[in-house]
Design a protein around this ligand. Structure first.
Ligand code: 5GP
Ligand code: ZN
Length: 138
């Protein structure tokens, strides 16, 4: 038996406020919401990070993300929303079962994204582009 809490939620061994469910994806309310209605969307299978999720599951996942986001928008009428996924401990991932956060946002709600940003030096942007493009070749 898995000791991953999100696997347990997916298999109904642990309770959660479930919002939506398909064959391979489940959505439920975050237990410590940034704002009320903060929802998590996860593959039912245990994948630690986003890039480990197979394409066919990601297809289902993105459709569910869209559907649940529309529902949150209509139900709560937030001023905006953020969708994000933290991958790896140093990116702030606390639960090592990949999940997407949908966070309803409101004027002056205090949440700040991108507190810092960097500047590329001359040619550096192309170098980073080349490095990543190389891995997309096949
Ligand atoms: P992370 O930092 O890994 O991106 O986010 C993990 C999220 O999972 C946090 O927002 C946290 O509040 C939520 N969470 C942790 N444990 C549980 C749980 O048992 N049930 C629910 N519904 N959410 C959880
Ligand atoms: Zn898991």
């Amino acid at each position: 038996m898995s000791d991953c809490v999100f696997c347990k939620i997916a298999s109904k061994e642990a309770p959660a406020e479930i919002i939506h469910e398909t064959e391979r994806v489940i959505s439920f309310l975050d237990i410590n919401p940034i704002n009320f209605g903060h929802t998590l969307v996860i593959p039912k299978g245990h994948f630690k990070k986003f890039h480990e999720i197979p394409d066919e599951i990601n297809q289902e996942l993105i459709i569910v993300l869209s559907k649940v986001t529309k529902a949150i928008t209509e139900a709560l009428e937030p001023h905006g929303y953020n969708i994000f996924t933290n991958n790896g401990r140093f990116a702030g991932q606390a639960i090592m079962h990949c999940h997407f956060h949908i966070v309803p946002r409101y004027f002056n709600d205090g949440l700040k994204f991108r507190p810092t940003s960097k500047s590329y030096k001359k040619n550096e942007m192309k170098q980073f582009g080349d490095l990543i493009r190389e891995k997309l070749k096949n």
